[in-house]
Design a protein around this ligand. Structure first.
Ligand SMILES: CC(C)(O)CC(=O)SCCNC(=O)CCNC(=O)[C@H](O)C(C)(C)COP(=O)(O)OP(=O)(O)OC[C@H]1O[C@@H](n2cnc3c(N)ncnc32)[C@H](O)[C@@H]1OP(=O)(O)O
Length: 258
């Protein structure tokens, strides 16, 4: 499919999806969100793709949902159309790993999009925030829920109540991002990380993603049980035999996704 508000490149088993509305700091309008979800679904279904990176520009990952598009909507309209339910549901169905490579602003829906990815690598220029309170609304794509799980109640409450931005260093300390890298190295680091994941056994990668995500949805006991059952099931794969044989034979494994 041809896209207008994003750019998609596939190289070495990694799909790079770049948000591309430079005049609006990648504000997430209906078209961009729809194209992003479609690109992610296409990457998920593409046998050549083993890992996905979502990124923006040097100035903005995304400055939130498009305020100009939303400003005149009525309650009846946002309720009847279930605004943001569709992208939220579609993002959660992606089974391949998705890395958010964030430079500049990741605000409101931008922060929520980054958090909906599997992990965040941040440039030292990144700024995260949920400033919806300044617009007279609350987050609608997971900002009160996911941010709380990432950084805890106190910091999430403060960020959501004041609209304060968090810089990259604070975001790393708080556990929102997996690591911070110099802005110039952001894409190199994200690509390198994606390559490492792309070399693993794909069923195992998907099982890790499903198991980690399960920890958000269930009790610790249920989660541990789920993990153990998935672990057991890995012994039905050829890649488990190959991975363990390769260790014993002191060589690199040749995974076949079987
Ligand atoms: C998804 C939900 C439900 O959770 C809701 C949301 O996401 S609501 C949106 C939350 N985000 C914000 O409130 C951030 C809004 N943007 C800003 O505060 C500032 O733009 C900034 C601090 C990120 C950057 O400031 P600055 O460098 O001064 O650039 P600007 O001149 O403000 O912006 C450039 C250009 O982009 C347009 N813009 C920026 N953000 C948005 C947006 N979220 N929606 C629509 N348009 C946006 C801005 O209007 C400028 O365009 P022009 O007006 O000059 O044409």
């Amino acid at each position: 499919m041809a896209f207008e508000t994003i750019i998609v490149e596939v190289e070495d088993h990694v799909a790079l999806i770049r948000l591309n509305r430079p005049d609006a700091l990648n504000a997430l309008n209906t078209q961009l969100l729809s194209e992003l979800c479609t690109a992610l679904e296409e990457a998920d279904a593409n046998d050549k793709v083993r890992c996905v990176i979502v990124t923006g520009s040097e100035k903005a990952f995304a400055a939130g949902a498009d305020i100009k598009e939303m400003s005149s909507m009525s309650f009846a309209e946002v309720f009847a159309t279930n605004l943001f339910a569709d992208p939220s549901d579609r993002l959660m169905k992606i089974r391949k790993p998705v890395i958010a490579a964030v430079a500049g602003y990741a605000l409101g829906g931008g922060c929520e999009l980054a958090m909906a990815c599997d992990f965040i690598i941040a440039a030292d220029t990144a700024k995260f925030g949920q400033p919806e309170i300044n617009l007279g609304v609350i987050p609608g794509l997971g900002g009160t829920q996911r941010l709380t799980r990432f950084v805890g109640k106190s910091k999430s409450m403060e960020m959501n109540l004041t609209g304060r931005f968090m810089d990259a260093e604070e975001a790393e300390r708080a556990g929102l991002v997996s690591r911070v890298v110099p802005a110039k190295k952001l894409m190199e680091e994200a690509q390198g990380t994606a390559q490492k994941i792309a070399e693993k056994s794909q069923p195992t990668v998907m099982a890790v993603k499903e198991s980690v995500n399960r920890s958000y949805e269930t009790t610790l006991n249920e989660g541990i049980l789920f993990e153990r059952r998935v672990f057991h099931s890995m012994f039905a794969t050829e890649d488990q035999k190959e991975g363990m044989a390769a260790f014993m034979e002191k060589r690199q494994p040749q995974f076949r996704d079987k």
